[in-house]
Design a protein around this ligand. Sequence first.
Ligand SMILES: Nc1ncnc2c1ncn2[C@@H]1O[C@H](COP(=O)(O)OP(=O)(O)O)[C@@H](O)[C@H]1O
Ligand SMILES: [Mg+2]
Length: 389
Amino acid sequence: MEDNPHPVLTDANGQLADRRSLEPLMRSVLASVPDAMIVINQHGQMLAFSAAAERLFGYKAKDVAGQNVSILMAGADEAHHDQYISNYLSTGEKQIIGIGRIVTAKLADGTTIPVELKIGEAEIDGHRLFTGYIRDMSEQQANALRLSQMQVELANFSRLSAVGTMASAMAHELNQPLTAVANYLEAARDMLDNADADTLAYIQEALDAAANQSIRAGQIVRRLRDYVSRGELDMRPVNLRDVVEDATSLAKVGFEGQLARVIVQVPENFPNVLADRLQLRQVIVNLVRNAIEALSDTATPQIWITAETRNGLAHIVVEDNGPGIPGADGSSPFDAFNSTKPGGMGLGLSICQTIMDAHGTKIEYAASPRGGAAFKFSLRLDQGPSGDE
Ligand SMILES: Nc1ncnc2c1ncn2[C@@H]1O[C@H](COP(=O)(O)OP(=O)(O)O)[C@@H](O)[C@H]1O
Ligand SMILES: [Mg+2]
């Protein structure tokens, strides 16, 4: 025990533990260590298998004792694990010991899951032992995957919405001049009727074509506008809490570090609302992102997302304790291309309004009693299964 660099163990009475008193201690460690823990020898045989490992892998410790640890692995690791150990023993090169990495584990029922594996080593009486700590990472990986999928969806959707809103504004602007061009061209053609024939025939033809083209351009723009404002809604019963949760995690993307506290007050068993899930999520993302941006100079930045049912409707409010929008009320902040931010497009709120219009409801601004901005909208509640979808 003199020069033992390892932590010293004592028994329950505080006496330096001997072999016999160590055993119950080891058992209690194996029973209670929160991560799956497995001890193997230099041949890869399992010597200890903690209770958490039993739960994770679905094996009983007594059934795997003495077996090669590679039964818990998949693919190349399963085939080459013995090789890994002997390479390490002969070269001393640490590939994984003390480092930790994500590997694939194979459970008793054959399922494979991502796990984080950390390995420590020890030498006892000339025997090399390796202790592995294994943590189930499937949930983290699934979350990361989900987040990155949502980011892609968000990027696509906000590009689409921005294009849509711009097209809608463009359509409005372009329609009038295009109609005027068509009128002027037709008048010019009529006046040319009395001029001399030869060269004028050609001009007449050209002007005709021009008129047709400009009318056509007008139709295209109008069609684009119809498409944008009608929008294809996928109305379904939607769990508001889920949408709010997705939206807030999406809204925070890119703001790491300067985050406001988001307080979600949607009751646990809130009835489903009828909405297009992705579009509703987009509205909340836009509102929360605006709030986060508005809160950049606020000492204790907070955002509340509240929902309650009243008169058969779900009333949703997104509010913050930022500076609010001085002088604004009702629908005034929703005009497109209206931004106070350097590089802001001023489309977020107008997109929210377009989406709520399409849902047959509207979104309004009010000064929040909490000091900042409050954006409110209502949605119909799902009346439950009606039989006729
Ligand atoms: N929660 C808020 N608090 C204060 N001002 C806000 C808030 N939300 C929106 N605004 C104001 O409304 C403007 C328009 O918002 P938006 O349409 O999303 O465009 P953008 O975010 O690109 O500026 C913002 O520039 C900001 O001045
Ligand atoms: Mg915005």
